[in-house]
Each structure stands twice: as structure tokens, then as C-alpha cells.
Design a protein around this ligand. Structure first.
Ligand code: SAH
Ligand code: DHB
Ligand code: MG
Length: 223
């Protein structure tokens, strides 16, 4: 459970820094109405993704794990009119809700949702010879993080930013008795990066309205 002060601080800064946004509010409501799990990034994390995409001058973004499209909308709003966000989602119902939300946000022209197992969609993207992405956000099943990260490296150029959500999970990562596939996936991801000259990475631990977790940020050094 999130600590009360973490939520209050999130609310304080969100009230002052994030303007009221009827589209984002409607997405959260639509996701709740459809009984999607509440795994969307928080508003301030959505804003962070948006700022990171703008810092990158991103035109092409890849997202793994769409849910209802909340983070996709934050990311897509950072893109120019001729930009493109490809987002991958396994669950048909999540995908359906997300497509409607993206349409409601007026972003259907620049967001492409591909439904199915992300590993299949990533293999298809590879065989299509997709051009490198400027930013890649990995936020699906945590056990596959190493495989998603390997694909992300394949789809990167020098300077691509890779962001991985939920790498701390309430500190579960440090519980040696915890061998859940998701936790193992995060440990395998970190080990994969160790000594890899292609990428410089760090983890920012976070607290807030959705508890204690963390984001990995990685910049690719060379193609
Ligand atoms: N990025 C979203 C939250 C994603 S929640 C946001 O912040 O708004 C994680 C999503 O990953 C869920 O919708 C889940 O269905 C999806 N997922 C789980 N396994 C997957 C897989 N193998 N391939 C693609 N998506 C998957
Ligand atoms: C879970 C997944 C997420 O992407 C997230 O942000 C929070 C929780 C989950 O699968 O439990
Ligand atoms: Mg997440």
C-alpha cells in the first residue's frame, strides 16, 4: 500500500504542475469502467515520459504493454504530426479499450496498436525492417523484460532512450526468497546490461500514489 504522504505529495505537485486534462481523466474513467487493472503510469510519470520524449526530439516511439493507452497518449502527445508511436498489447479487451481511448484523444493518426504477444509483434517488426526508434518504453509482462530489452537494442541507434517500468516492485527485487518470474525477469535484465558497452543505464527509485517502484533509464551508445 502506498504511504499516505507519498500520495499527498503527488497530489500537491500534480495540482500545481499538471493542468486539468479532460481527455486523460476520461481515459482513466474508461479503463475503470472496462475493469482494466490499474497498472497505468501515474500522471506525474506520464508527464515524465512526455518530457523524456521531447528531450529526445522523438519522432518514432515503441511501447511494449499498452493497457488502456494512458502512457501511449502521454508519449504520443510529445510527437510531431508526422511522428509515430507503435504500441504492443497482448490482451484483446485492453487493446479495444486503448484504440477507443487513442481515438478519443485525437491521436489515431499517429498511434498504431498491434494486438498479440509482444514477442511475436517484435519479431514481425524486425522482419519488416523497421527504422530505429528514438524512445522505447517497456511496460508489459516483467518476466520477458530481458527479451524485450534485446529487441529494443536491435531497434535502437546511438542515443536511443530505453525506459523500463516497474523494476523495483516494492523492493521485491532485493528479497532473495522471491523467485516470481517477474522479479527474475528484472534481475536477468540488470545482469544482461552488466558490462554491455552498447548501453549506459541507471535506475531511479520512485514513490507516489501507486506505491514504491522504479524506472530504468538506458541510453544506447552505438548501433
Ligand atoms: N503502459 C501502460 C500500462 C501497461 S500494463 C500504461 O502505463 O498506461 C501491462 C500491459 O502489458 C497489460 O495491458 C498486459 O495485458 C500487457 N501484456 C502482458 N503480457 C504481454 C505480452 N506478452 N505481450 C504484450 N502485452 C502484454
Ligand atoms: C503491474 C504491471 C505494471 O505495468 C505496473 O505499472 C504495475 C503493476 C503488474 O503486472 O502487477
Ligand atoms: Mg508499468
Amino acid at each position: 500500500m502506498p504511504n499516505e504522504i507519498w500520495s499527498t505529495v503527488d497530489q500537491y505537485f500534480n495540482t500545481l504542475l499538471l493542468p486539468p486534462d479532460s481527455v486523460l481523466d476520461a481515459i482513466i474513467q474508461a479503463n475503470a469502467d472496462a475493469e482494466l487493472p490499474p497498472y497505468d503510469v501515474t500522471p506525474n510519470q506520464g508527464r515524465l515520459l512526455n518530457l523524456l520524449a521531447r528531450l529526445c526530439g522523438a519522432r518514432n516511439v515503441l511501447e511494449v504493454g499498452t493497457l488502456g493507452g494512458y502512457s501511449a497518449v502521454w508519449l504520443a502527445r510529445a510527437l510531431p504530426d508526422d511522428g509515430c508511436l507503435i504500441t504492443l498489447e497482448l490482451d484483446a479487451k485492453h487493446a479495444q479499450v486503448a484504440v477507443a481511448n487513442i481515438e478519443m484523444a485525437g491521436l489515431a493518426d499517429i498511434v498504431e496498436l498491434r494486438q498479440g504477444p509482444a514477442l511475436d509483434s517484435l519479431a514481425a517488426l524486425e522482419s519488416e525492417g523497421c527504422s530505429p526508434f528514438d524512445l522505447i518504453f517497456i511496460d508489459a509482462d516483467k518476466e520477458s523484460n530481458p527479451e524485450y530489452f534485446e529487441y529494443a537494442l536491435k531497434f535502437s541507434r546511438r542515443g536511443t532512450l530505453i525506459v523500463v517500468d516497474n523494476v523495483v516492485r516494492d523492493g521485491a527485487i532485493m528479497d532473495l526468497d522471491n523467485n516470481e518470474p517477474g522479479v527474475q525477469g528484472i534481475r536477468r535484465l540488470a545482469e544482461l546490461i552488466t558490462g554491455n558497452p552498447r548501453v549506459d543505464a541507471t535506475v531511479v527509485q520512485t514513490v507516489g500514489s501507486k506505491g514504491y517502484d522504479g524506472l530504468m533509464l538506458a541510453v544506447v551508445n552505438e548501433a
